[in-house]
Every structure is written in C-alpha cells, then in structure tokens.
Design a binder for this molecule. Sequence first.
Ligand code: ADP
Ligand code: MG
Length: 232
Amino acid sequence: MSTVVMKNVSKSFGDNQVLKDVSLQANSGEIFGMLGPSGAGKTTIINILTRQLEADSGEVYVNVGSKEIGLMLAEDGLFPRLTCLDNLIIFEDIYKIKRSHTLEILEQVGLTKAMKTPAAKLSDGMRKRLVLARAVIHQPKILILDEPTSSLDPMTARGIHRLINKLRDNGSTIFLTTHNMEEATNLCNQVVMLHQGKIIERGSPKEICTKYNSVKTVMDLESVFIQLTRRD
Ligand SMILES: Nc1ncnc2c1ncn2[C@@H]1O[C@H](COP(=O)(O)OP(=O)(O)O)[C@@H](O)[C@H]1O
Ligand SMILES: [Mg+2]
C-alpha cells in the first residue's frame, strides 16, 4: 500500500509561520484533496512532501521510491523547443517505457494531433495536459498534483479528472491541491481544509457537509469553509 503521511509538520519562512502542526495521510486507491485559498500553504506542503523544502519540525513519509512518484507542479519544466512527443520520449529511457505506451498516453490526454507541435506553441490547456502526460507516463504509485486544473476551461478540466480517476482505479494514491471546492467535492474521497497553514476540517466531502447541515440549510464545502473561517 502506498501512502503519503505528514505528522505534526510546522514550517516558517523568517517569522512568518506558514504551516502549523499539519498532520495528514493519503492512501492507495484514494484521491486526497488539500483544499484552501491562495496563500493557505498548499504548495509548501507539496514542497515538503517532495523534499524540495525541509520542515522545521514534524515527520514526513512517502513510502515508495522516487521513480514511483509522478509530479505535476506549477513550474512545468517542459522543454519549449521540443515537440510534445519529444518532451515525453526523454522519459522512455529513464523509465524503460515502450514507444507504443508513450503514444497511448498522448492519445489519452488528447494530444495525438499536436504531437509534433513544440511545447512553446501549446495553449495553456494543452500544456497542462502534456505535463500531466509526463507525470503519469510511468504509471506512478503516488501522483502529486499542485492545482492541476486551475485556470483551465471546464472541458479540459473534465479530461484531466477522467485521467486522475483512472489512475486511482488502478490503485495509485493521488494527492492534489485545489482552491476549487466544487472540484474537490466531485473528485476527492478525502479532503483536508487548510486555512492560514492550519487544518480546520477533514473527512470525505459528504461527511464534512453533513456535519454542518442544519434543518434550514444544506451545506456545500464552500459554505462550510466560509463558516469556519468567518471572523465574528
Ligand atoms: N520560499 C518562500 N519564502 C518566503 N515565503 C514563502 C515561500 N514560499 C511560500 N511562502 C509564503 O508561505 C505562504 C503559503 O504559500 P503557499 O504554500 O505557496 O500557498 P498556496 O500554495 O496555498 O497558495 C504564503 O504566505 C507565501 O507567501
Ligand atoms: Mg500554490
């Protein structure tokens, strides 16, 4: 079973404490969502999970080797002059992947027609899809995605959701961040709500909403978040 675990992690930049005692766990076959507005600390959590940053205190475990992790970050790292296909071919050697598999992944993200287009000439949506293709080409056991659908049109976002769901169905652990509460509701099995570096609620979207429902109001994740963070 592949898992991502954080225990009591805190992190400050100078005197700005951006993570406060964060504990979480994402398991195989689960889409785990880290939910919170811009500045909440989501990317910092991903940077700590992927060892690009060190926590000040607490523990982090990701129980698979680095080659079994797929990453999709805001900084996409595509080679602009290489075509879509060539941006993926680079990884065939590293991961021992057959060309037929590379072509199949391009098909799955809808980039077959654009396969000879240089990355620099792609639209935002195509770019994101290529980055996702690169993140999943080696069928990672753990896939970590930082705002995979932000600023995408709904059609492209749905395509990305389909691919994420498919990986989950194959037993991968998916760890993603989003500020889109509707996306989290539709996609995630488990979410944590992050506000100013602290987890303020956790559970399945349904559990969380049910907890805050009252006779008069049926809550969605967004209204729960607003209620929890409202200053009286
Ligand atoms: N390298 C850094 N140096 C100083 N402050 C940072 C750094 N990275 C992030 N921060 C601060 O940490 C807070 C959380 O940022 P971030 O994790 O990027 O949030 P999110 O991804 O949820 O938008 C913000 O206040 C941000 O300014
Ligand atoms: Mg971020």
